[in-house]
Design a protein around this ligand. Structure first.
Ligand SMILES: Cc1cc2nc3c(=O)[nH]c(=O)nc-3n(C[C@H](O)[C@H](O)[C@H](O)COP(=O)(O)OP(=O)(O)OC[C@H]3O[C@@H](n4cnc5c(N)ncnc54)[C@H](O)[C@@H]3O)c2cc1C
Length: 466
């Protein structure tokens, strides 16, 4: 693959037949939705370039090592996205996510109040502390909302909690605070939270969608992009096995974490405004710890909260062996996030499992915890194709940064993914809407109806020097 200025000139001067009009880089929710949108607009000269062997991206699931019962076909663990909000809006296909509707996919409504409570002494009822924490969280959200019309600067949740007088001290208070969660994806769609229990995996929504309009020649699996070269003449994409693909446009749907790690080189180098935006947003880590036991020995609620002395140490547990979900499966899964996720990724698996088994032994002091049949978690922050679980908007990140994150490069390279969604970053909805909206922009360019591109801010300013 030629490099340097000479290659740049050569690329710009000759216009051999290109491989496609559009290269869609990445086959997750954003990539598939972009492809679907182009197809709906009558544009089928696109190729989806995906490093993995299948579509779905962070909608990733695997078979359990030990199938749980012949009658139940195959057990699957959803390593990535599993929950979907009911989508109240829109017309057809993926726009309507209600119980049982999307491509015959099976989901179950979850009940957020169905929570058992534990600490290192075993079962303990700290629901008074928990209820106070719900109130504190509501006050936090309300006070954040009051800042917006006044144009006050953004602040962290910790600052907001302190200003509203809430500061957790005990481990029960810290665990209760950890459990609280809300954002515009919750309020923008529906309060309902659906859990995918479909044994084909949550990703089948995307697979079914793709089968409906994609042909094999529009797909390149096992194709890892290492370089994207762009000029007024189009884009050249180099794969790590030496292959090249050319097109008029590229829609890059790699995660924010991938862009932050610079594992894909851009030529010319990304402009400063783009790099600043990429490195100013944060990539969070959220890890699910799957355990399959020979039999169920735990709570009958849907979830449990464990208050450890250390905040964030194996705090949330969800039972799939529940009459509503996968009864008889013996599956329990825990959640850890952030620095704790990174910590366990660096440890030997057996050590992580031993820690978990000792936590379960504390939660259930009168039970001999059996050795699990299967234990697995995905190292999201170390995985070079993701480098984290989903994007998070830190207080230092300004709306202008976000516009720059989303903005295209000379109308040729476009960016779409959960992280480019201003309202629904982090979620499938964000990836869906961004894949759709950016493909509409690209379709406009292809049809020659004016390719204005998205505006960026050359220098983001708000400093007040002294
Ligand atoms: C553990 C976990 C739980 C989650 N739970 C939920 C949930 O319950 N509900 C929800 O709405 N969202 C959830 N999410 C977030 C959701 O999964 C993402 O927001 C969404 O899947 C992102 O889609 P995307 O298309 O933007 O990116 P991705 O799915 O990351 O797609 C990008 C694609 O690019 C490919 N790629 C990367 N680098 C290269 C390269 N160099 N060359 C070629 N291909 C490359 C990747 O393999 C991937 O397929 C969760 C995520 C995680 C990790």
């Amino acid at each position: 693959f030629p490099t340097g200025e000479a290659a740049q000139r050569a690329f710009a001067s000759d216009t051999p037949r290109k491989d496609a009009r559009v290269l869609i880089l990445g086959g997750g929710m954003a990539g598939i939705t972009a492809a679907r949108t182009l197809h709906d607009q009558g544009i089928d000269e696109f190729i989806i370039v995906e490093a993995r062997h299948e579509l779905g991206g962070r909608m990733m699931s695997q078979h359990l090592r030990r199938t749980w019962a012949a009658v139940h076909c195959r057990g699957r663990r959803e390593l990535g996205a599993r929950h979907a909000k009911t989508w109240r809006c829109c017309e057809s296909g993926m726009d309507v996510w209600t119980e049982h509707t999307v491509w015959g996919h099976t989901t179950k409504l979850t009940e957020s109040a169905s929570v058992a409570m534990y600490d290192e002494t075993g079962p303990v009822d700290f629901s008074d502390v928990f209820n106070q924490s719900v109130e504190d969280f509501d006050r936090l959200i309300a006070s954040a909302g009051e800042r917006v019309p006044k144009g006050l600067v953004d602040a962290s949740a910790r600052t907001g909690y302190s200003l509203t007088g809430a500061r957790p001290h005990t481990h029960h208070e810290m665990a209760s605070e950890y459990f609280q969660n809300n954002n515009s994806t919750f309020t923008g769609f529906s309060e309902d939270n659906l859990l995918s229990v479909d044994q084909r995996g949550f990703k089948t929504i995307l697979h079914s969608e793709a089968e409906a309009f994609l042909s094999p020649e529009q797909l390149r699996f096992n194709s890892t992009v290492s370089r994207i070269r762009y000029s007024a003449n189009g884009v050249e994409v180099a794969l790590d096995d030496g292959r090249e693909l050319t097109a008029d446009y590229a829609i890059c749907t790699f995660s924010l974490g991938v862009l932050q790690h610079s594992s894909v080189a851009f030529e010319p180098q990304l402009p400063m405004w783009k790099r600043e935006a990429i490195h100013s947003m944060t990539m969070g880590v959220y890890t699910k710890l799957f355990l399959q036991f020979p039999h169920k020995f735990w709570f009958d609620t849907e979830a449990a909260l464990y208050a450890d002395r250390e905040r964030g140490r194996y705090p949330i547990w969800q039972s799939l062996d529940h009459p509503k979900f996968l009864p008889g499966s013996g599956i329990l899964f825990g959640t850890v996030t952030g620095a704790f996720s990174r910590r366990i990724e660096s440890l030997p698996r057996r050590q992580v499992l031993d820690e978990i088994l000792s936590v379960l032994a504390s939660m259930f002091p009168n039970i001999t915890i059996p050795e699990p049949l299967d234990f697995h978690f995905h190292p999201w922050s170390a995985d070079p194709l993701f480098r984290g679980s989903y994007a998070n908007w830190p207080p230092s990140f300004l709306p202008e940064h976000h516009a720059n994150l989303r903005a295209d490069l000379d109308g040729k390279v476009w960016f779409a993914g959960e992280y480019t969604s201003r309202l629904y970053f982090g979620y499938l909805q964000g990836a869906y809407f961004e894949g759709r909206d950016i493909a509409v922009e690209v379709a406009e360019c292809i049809r020659g109806g004016g390719c204005l591109g998205l505006e960026h801010v050359e220098q983001v300013k708000n400093a007040n020097p002294y």
